[in-house]
Design a protein. Structure first.
Length: 168
């Protein structure tokens, strides 16, 4: 009988411990895209990249416009041009298109590299703010990616955005 009583007592203690262990965890979700878009730091990165690459963007626009003018000239005057002039104009258009496409591809590659550098540095800062906030608020789990749905009551994005913008 003593063994059975000890077993019952142990079972009750075990159930008491497991009920504490199964307390509902505190979960939060952060919409990382929203942080990158709405934070002061994210906006500063966007403006800096626009400023850095604006001259090349204008160059590409001018190149595209020049090609369009040449194509319009070929369309309008091609039938009245001499064969050699028309062929030369077609070659010029083709050459300018190749140059334009090469410059456009280089531009895209360069801007992607710079964007990734800047966003990488910003992500590090954002993760630090999220981690600090989560520890202070006693969160058990905070998700930032691969979430199909998050209830507004677990979405802590605006709180993180506020901390991020306040420089904390």
């Amino acid at each position: 009988m003593n063994i059975q009583l000890n077993t019952v007592i142990l079972l009750i203690m075990f159930l008491g411990v497991t009920s504490v262990a199964y307390a509902e965890p505190k979960i939060g979700y952060v919409n990382f895209g929203k942080l990158m878009e709405k934070s002061q730091q994210g906006q500063a990165v966007r403006k800096a990249l626009e400023s850095e690459f604006s001259s090349r963007d204008k160059q590409l626009g001018a190149s595209r416009d020049a090609i369009l003018k040449l194509e319009e000239k070929l369309k309008n005057d091609g039938s009245i041009m001499s064969e050699s002039n028309r062929v030369q104009l077609e070659r010029d258009i083709l050459s300018k298109k190749r140059d334009h496409n090469r410059l456009r591809d280089e531009y895209r590659e360069d801007i992607n590299i710079r964007r990734n550098e800047e966003i990488g540095a910003l992500q590090k800062k954002v993760y630090e703010v999220i981690k600090k906030f989560s520890e202070q608020q006693n969160y058990d789990l905070v998700l930032t990616q691969a979430v199909l749905y998050a209830s507004p009551k677990v979405d802590i994005t605006d709180q993180i955005l506020q901390k991020l913008n306040s420089g904390q």
